[in-house]
Design a protein around this ligand. Structure first.
Ligand code: NDP
Ligand code: 2IT
Length: 444
């Protein structure tokens, strides 16, 4: 059995039931096989055995009181996965499905994603099984204050810097930041995705979605194609989806779908994004309300069939494992020639294989959605400088970073004999920098 397969087997045995974590470790480790022929020194240094083991995992109780005066208890998590190239960095997810395996999958992905940005940030992730949906602002605030009252002792501007993810946006970051400041009496850059009046970066809200599309634009250019005139299917209607749609539309694409966890909308004339922003960002309503305002659009209950809508390019931007092999086949049969992952690990392993075997453009999430965390790192830079760049300055840096990630992934794939396979390329390029840093820093 190869070194990679041995570590893989032990990791699965050692972490029973953590299916999403197993999935990402399988994906990453399998694609690293060719690295160890060139770099046997990484075997001697035990890089893989160490990289699959989080440096630290924190789980804590989050008690709070709801609007009826009833006591509620949730579970909080922060997994500090790898600090070889910088302080732990990665979002917080508030969703009822959150468990340790999901946070570990996200934290493990974050190590390689953050490395790909070229910026000095390590990998981490956290969150809670708290469900912000249907809660009042004051309930969300009390929850966030309780969550931070425990988390504050583990984070720091040079230690660990959380941000948003599913269920954590500007409102939650504001409450979390306020509580940190209150407890510590320090105005520090311990969170990113902050509001503009208190240290946030312009273009952070747009960064992930814009980045997904910048990456795709570069991959399309390499094949003489473009987004102009393309029919596009997007899933999700949260932060990533909204700004992926915005940039795709700016580049001339026709986006015909968006979704939430209840169902999807199809608008043959093209999604009216102002309506979606009003419904989702301002009113926190369900996507089905869209058809009340635009009766020519259709609403379909359930999300799975969104991939049956014929398109040239698909951007899954909702959640993990939202696109399986059957959906992948349907997309291909309908002529889809490019898939850009906005959400983390939206494709099952089998679905990725379908795209890779067909050799369509397929950009893995850790490469194509790295724009969010990259601009988070730029927010940290601006905070350190006590300075703010303009929207155009941040956007230009984001674009450069996405083009660099595309080139690095594409070149690494070629160098290791997998030309065109951006998944293998991204995993190898992301891994090499972290492995070099871990080797240099000795057995820690
Ligand atoms: P949001 O909470 O803003 O939006 C999430 C969207 O996905 C909502 O439309 C939500 O619908 C839908 N969704 C969530 N869970 C499910 C589910 N189980 N089934 C179907 N639909 C679901 O989150 P983001 O847009 O920030 O995150 C989306 C994805 O992008 C996640 O995978 C996240 O990890 C990833 N990501 C986010 C980054 C960021 O900067 N925000 C950066 C990089 C990656 P509903 O409202 O009904 O729950
Ligand atoms: O998955 C991700 O990269 C994020 N949720 C963003 C993390 C961050 O620190 O900005």
């Amino acid at each position: 059995m190869s070194y990679v397969q041995e570590v893989l087997k032990k990791t699965v045995e050692k972490n029973p039931g953590e299916v999403e974590f197993h999935q990402t470790v399988k994906e990453v480790l399998n694609s690293l096989e060719p690295v160890f022929d060139k770099h046997p020194e990484y075997i001697t240094a035990g890089i893989l055995e160490r990289i699959v083991e989080p440096e630290r995992q924190i789980m804590f109780r989050v008690p709070w009181v709801d609007d009826q005066g009833k006591l509620q208890v949730n579970r909080g998590f922060r997994v500090q996965f790898n600090s070889a190239i910088g302080p732990y960095k990665g979002g917080l997810r508030f969703h009822p499905s959150v468990n340790l395996g999901i946070i570990k999958f996200l934290g493990f992905e974050q190590i390689f994603k953050n490395s790909l940005t070229g910026l000095p940030i390590g990998g981490g992730k956290g969150g809670s099984d708290f469900d912000p949906k249907g809660k009042s602002d004051t309930e969300v605030m009390r929850f966030c204050q309780s969550f931070m009252t425990e988390l504050y002792r583990f984070i720091g501007a040079d230690t660990d810097v959380p941000a948003g993810d599913i269920g954590v946006g500007g409102r939650e970051i504001g409450y979390l930041y306020g509580q940190y400041k209150r407890i510590t009496n320090r105005y520090e850059s311990i969170l990113t995705g902050k509001g503009l009046p208190y240290g946030g970066s312009l273009a952070r809200t747009e960064a992930t979605g814009y980045g997904v599309v910048y990456f795709m634009d570069e991959a399309l250019k390499a094949q003489g194609k473009s987004l102009k005139g393309a029919t596009v299917v997007v899933s999700g209607s949260g932060n990533v989806a909204i700004y992926a749609v915005e940039k795709a539309q700016q580049l001339g694409a026709k986006v015909v779908t968006m979704s939430d966890s209840n169902g999807y909308i199809y608008d043959a004339d093209g999604i009216k994004l102002d309506t979606v922003k009003q419904l989702k960002e301002v009113e926190r309503k369900r996507i089905k309300e869209y058809v009340e305002i635009h009766p020519s659009a259709q609403y379909h209950e359930g999300c799975a069939n969104i991939w049956n809508v014929p398109c040239d390019i698909a951007f899954p931007c909702a959640t993990q494992n939202e696109l399986d092999a059957k959906a992948a086949e349907i997309l291909l049969n309908n002529g889809c020639f490019a898939v850009g992952e906005g959400s983390n690990m939206p494709c099952t392993l089998e679905a990725s294989d379908v795209f890779l075997n067909k050799k369509i453009i397929y950009s893995p999430s850790k490469a194509s959605n790295a724009g969010g965390v990259a601009v988070s790192a730029l927010e940290m830079s601006q905070n350190s400088m006590r300075y703010s760049w303009t929207f155009e300055e941040v956007d230009a840096k984001l674009k450069d970073i996405m083009v660099n990630i595309y080139n690095n992934a594409s070149n690494a794939a070629k160098e290791y004999g997998f030309e065109g396979n951006l998944l293998v390329g991204a995993n190898i390029a992301g891994f090499l920098k972290v492995a070099e840093a871990m080797k240099a820093q000795g057995l820690v």
